[in-house]
Design a binder for this molecule. Structure first.
Ligand SMILES: [Zn+2]
Length: 432
């Protein structure tokens, strides 16, 4: 890659702060960052007037569906959706078919990912087949670069097994066990949050406690073993309070929250529309408020999309038969700006920390998350913080259409995305 690119006229924001600067990229690296840089002959100039230039976003939680679910998404289409959403790295969840629990499947995902307009990072299962019975070969998979292990979609419900996984993973540098917190017995048969709305609608519910009892148990196990636990998609006030207290004690726990859990409530299930069915389910107003507070005060380390594509015929089934999940990659930035930064809950730097450098660090991706400085890999996002747009499901790059935000007007849009010095999105258009 010998392309020379000048990102001109933007405001650079990274973990070091904010400044007006042009950014010159050469050979996949950041070459120069200065108030004014003259474009060398033959350079591609990307205008960034009025825009923010920041390290590319890192999603800790993407369901790319390949292998096995290519009617919903492929690594190529999911990565294109990611690039359009400002992401330069996606952690692919392992609940594929076959699941990512062997070296062969890790290698397959990485091989397909090398052609994609985002870096595709493989996570892998904690237990073989996500069956919760026997540990996957964590050491071998770690040797292929896997750092995040998860049975996502399913909770590692057996406390003894989770303890052994944590003890084992302690010997693997950078390894983190990411838990989908859902007690299977408490959640059994539920299709939405248990509460006033589920009673009113007659839809069986899952209590908030199905999440918080697992959070409490795994905090205890983190203390017992010294292993690193990451809590996926936290959705309840009680769970967030538990994580806040655990962090105050200095335990090695981290957490993420998904945009739908700080923007939508269980009242949206009122029309029995499976577009609003997701796991963990949409919760109450007070849970939404707690997620926002957790993001603002540092209890939650990352905004992760839980991008979960499903083909239309699956999502058009009755509420209790439809699979849970929502698209997320192409709306996460705008929802963060519209719902958190706009109302003053987060400043822009803090929002970008949650989208970029904090998840990059958590996933051990040293090349991502900045800082924007000479010699660093050129994985950048350029976005217009004030651009207004309306979500049109038919115009999303994902192979699926199951966004709960159709017709919603949002503020903030990605203008350019640059991966290893190559503009993969220019003027909000995917280049490949
Ligand atoms: Zn999950």
């Amino acid at each position: 890659m010998n392309q020379t690119v000048l990102v001109a006229g933007g405001t650079v924001i990274d973990a070091r702060g904010s400044r007006r600067a042009d950014v010159l990229l050469q050979d996949g690296l950041i070459a120069q960052v200065d108030a004014k840089v003259t474009a060398p002959a033959g350079a591609t100039v990307l205008e960034a007037d009025g825009a923010v230039v920041c390290p590319g976003f890192v999603d800790l939680h993407t369901h790319l569906r390949e292998p096995g679910g290519e009617d919903a998404e492929t690594i190529e289409t999911g990565a294109r959706a990611g690039a359009l959403g400002g992401y330069t790295a996606l952690v692919a969840m392992p609940n594929t078919n076959p699941p990512i629990d062997t070296a062969a499947v890790v290698e397959q995902v990485l091989r397909l990912g090398r052609l994609a307009p985002c870096h595709v990072v493989a996570s892998a299962c904690i237990t073989k087949g996500r069956a919760g019975e026997e540990l996957a070969p964590l050491g071998e998979l770690h040797g292929l670069g896997v750092r995040i292990f998860t049975d996502d979609g399913t909770c590692v419900a057996d406390g003894g097994l989770m303890r052994r996984a944590l003890e084992y993973a302690r010997a693997l540098p950078g390894a983190v066990l990411a838990q989908h917190c859902e007690d299977p017995q408490l959640a059994r048969g539920g299709h939405m949050n248990e509460g006033a709305w589920s009673s009113w609608l007659g839809i069986p519910g899952m209590p908030a406690e199905a999440e918080s009892v697992v959070v409490a148990r795994d905090i205890a196990l983190a203390g017992l073993t010294g292993g690193r636990v990451h809590f996926l998609h936290l959705s309840t006030a009680a769970s967030i309070e538990l994580v806040r207290a655990a962090k105050a004690k200095g335990l090695a726990v981290t957490a993420e929250a998904a945009p739908h859990h700080f923007t939508l409530t269980d009242s949206l299930c009122c029309g029995y529309d499976p577009l609003f069915k997701v796991n963990p389910p949409l919760r109450t107003e007070s849970d939404v408020k707690a997620v926002k507070e957790g993001l603002a005060d540092g209890t939650i380390d990352a905004i992760a999309t839980d991008h979960a594509p499903h083909p239309a015929q699956e999502k058009e089934r009755p509420f209790d038969e439809a699979p849970p999940g929502m698209l997320g990659l192409e709306t996460a930035l705008a929802l963060t700006l519209t719902e958190l930064v706009g109302p003053g809950l987060l400043d822009l730097e803090k929002a970008l920390a949650l989208l970029s450098w904090q998840p990059a660090r958590l996933a051990g991706l040293a090349d991502h998350g900045g800082p924007i400085a000479p010699g660093r890999p050129a994985h950048l996002t350029v976005f217009d913080p004030e651009a207004l747009w309306e979500v049109d499901p038919t115009r999303l790059a994902s192979r699926s259409r199951n966004t709960p935000y159709a017709g919603r007007k949002l503020t903030g849009r990605v203008r350019h995305t640059i991966l290893a010095g190559e503009p993969v999105v220019i003027d909000s258009q995917a280049q490949r």
